[in-house]
Design a protein around this ligand. Sequence first.
Ligand code: SF4
Length: 346
Amino acid sequence: MLKHILSLSPDALATDLSAAFPAYRAKQVLAWIYARFTTDPDSMTDLPTEVKEHLKQNYRLELPEVDARLLSKDGTIKYRLKLADACLIEMVMIPEVKKKTLCISSQVGCSRACAFCATGKAGLTRNLFPEEIIGQFILAARDLLPNRITNLVFMGMGEPLDNLDNVLFALRTLQAEKGLAFSPRRTTISTCGIAPGIRHLADSGIKTKLAVSLNSAESETRLKIMPIEKLYHLNELKQALLYFRRKTNFRITFEYILIPGVNMSYEDIRALSRFVNDISCKINFIPYNPTGVEGWSAPTKTQIDDFLQKATIIKQAVTLRKSRGADIQGACGQLAAQVNQTERLS
Ligand code: SF4
């Protein structure tokens, strides 16, 4: 089976091509892929036929296929993508005035079974390959032209630290000078709290911000929301986060989904305040988007206001994150890549 062209780092691809053609041809190919966002040799109009044929004969070139593209009334775009083996994943583009944030997937499904998350309900099918992770970026970047993606978050389907090698490979390409030169300060990996993975990420040398889906700093409550708490207890998670801070100096963001009757009491806030007390971090509160958990509902505006008022005891920066794309099932916790025939494009 041929290698996928995106499974080679930009340097490795340049070396590969330079064995057959003058070095400037490799530069042209890299520019087509990473500046004009295409892997189709027939679109590479300044290449001679022999280079195009070489690409077709020596590499796999396909990108994920856009199976559906849904536009929310708030401008959020959710893409359902079909992979070469017909597996479905989703990615979400969140446009704001100054930011264009792409939220991409790292796995088909997920094994971590967080209660608030539609992806977790389906279980894990498989990890994404590097080319499928980079391919999401290339597709979205092309669709967004002439605008540019300004922020990249691994908050789509899957737990990125469960597919760390492939995520790191993709990030190396995205951040490489000959690749997309994408800023580490605008890259965020989000985890449910895989403590050993956080340490590996810190040791990897890759620069990225880290977001942690915390949702409770009380072990018993967190366990009801996130089974990962059984494997990596809050204490172990905290030690891993302090290690990440020491090694990388990147500030950590905690995500905290607000679920009435579950994690919004004053005791919950005090526990959260104690947990984050000695970590340089910020906290995003996110109103729960109903995903069918019995007894759970979205918080009302009064409940949110009351919670935020009590949360002023927390010293770190807190923000209430506006939910985006809920009408197209593109908001936090809603990605499930379900096929709905009426949504298909083709
Ligand atoms: S929130 Fe993330 S880690 Fe948890 S089940 Fe969903 S995709 Fe997996």
